[in-house]
Write a protein that binds this ligand. Structure first.
Ligand code: GLV
Length: 343
């Protein structure tokens, strides 16, 4: 019996593999670094769907390598690694995995804020290097969080989950978001006393800033030289969203020249490359894009990607369509046709 063919970039939990296997033949590529474009193209050549991750660039050339590619299920909430207009033009559905990773990502942002302000990694190194001689009143001091102001850039699901945590730590919240004012602002005021401001005011008035917006043409380089210049000299910047939202060279220069207080970074402009200068700084905490790296969360993200493929080929609208305009009668007929040929 001919089955649908699905390329899985990465691995799948056994239960999910079995679920997908009911309708599809799966080829896995468990890679630790970005695959060359030519390799993804040849792996994809005979596939109907692919499960991709932020590491995988799905360009128009990659899409064109398969005549029958119908679904790109990106196992992430961000989808800047997939060229959406090209997918839309080709009638390829793109799905993502929002919702299930809000808590994990907000937790990591809070962990980075605490680690940076309370100098956790630096203190750990200090002990391991045998430097500790006993309690000292002025050893490893950092700023209190309580009563300070946190600026949240982007108030979607993850931004709100972070606001909830920030509130519990006694932080005052200001935020900026792109969509026009609506009832969300009064809700955020009611829930967290959170005040909407513009980006300039956020940069000027925050003791700490956490980035929670998606990367797109509107947000690329959003935090540049001018925004960094406006920040308080002690300001600590946290980024668990995407590296390219910040002008990385400007950030490095502000950190090296001590123009801001520090940074906690989970994401970088050109992963896995991390600017050399950052490696030498004690006021910077660096982690390798692990915002959603919790067992349960990663399972749910994979489940969401698998369910998207199962739904699409069963004629049901996948829950998290990035390009809903592709879910039209023509696509549904084509998917039904692929499915019936695959029986
Ligand atoms: C991870 O970076 C994601 O976008 O889910």
């Amino acid at each position: 019996m001919k089955k649908l063919k699905v390329l899985v970039l990465g691995q799948l939990d056994r239960a999910l593999a079995e679920k997908l296997n009911a309708i599809a033949e799966i080829e896995y590529v468990d890679r630790e670094e970005r695959l060359p474009e030519e390799q993804i193209k040849s792996l994809l050549a005979d596939k109907d769907a692919v499960i991709s991750e932020p590491l995988d660039t799905i360009s128009s050339a990659v899409m064109d390598s398969s005549k029958q590619l119908r679904v790109i299920a990106n196992r992430a909430v961000g989808f800047d690694n997939v060229h959406i207009p090209d997918a839309t033009q080709r009638g390829i559905l793109v799905t993502n995995t929002p919702g299930v990773l809000d808590a994990a990502t907000a937790d990591l942002a809070m962990a980075l804020l605490l680690a940076t302000t309370r100098r956790i990694c630096e203190a750990d190194r200090y002990i391991r290097e045998g430097k500790w001689t006993g309690f000292q009143n002025d050893l490893m001091l950092g700023p209190d969080l309580w009563g300070k102001t946190i600026g949240i850039v982007g108030m979607g699901r993850i931004g709100k989950a972070f606001a909830k945590r920030a509130r519990a730590f006694g932080l005052k919240i200001i935020y900026t978001r792109f969509s026009p004012k609506d009832k969300i602002d009064s809700q955020l005021w009611g829930d967290y006393d959170a005040v909407r401001v513009d980006l300039d005011d956020l940069c000027k008035n925050s003791d700490f800033i956490s980035i929670h917006c998606p990367l797109n043409s509107q947000t690329k380089g959003l935090i540049g030289q001018a925004q960094l210049d406006q920040m308080k000299p002690q300001c600590v910047l946290i980024n668990t969203a995407r590296g390219a939202i910040i002008d990385e060279q400007a950030l490095v220069s502000h950190l090296v020249n001590k123009k801001i207080g520090g940074a906690g970074l989970d994401v970088f402009a050109d992963e896995p490359n991390v600017p050399e200068e950052l490696l030498k700084l004690d006021n910077v905490v660096l982690v390798p894009h692990i915002g959603s790296a919790c067992f349960e969360t990663r399972f749910q993200m994979a489940e969401s990607a698998v369910d998207s493929i199962l739904s699409a080929f069963s004629g049901q609208r996948p829950n998290h369509l990035v390009n809903p305009e592709v879910w039209n009668e023509r696509t549904q007929n084509e998917l039904a046709q692929v499915k019936s040929e695959a029986r």
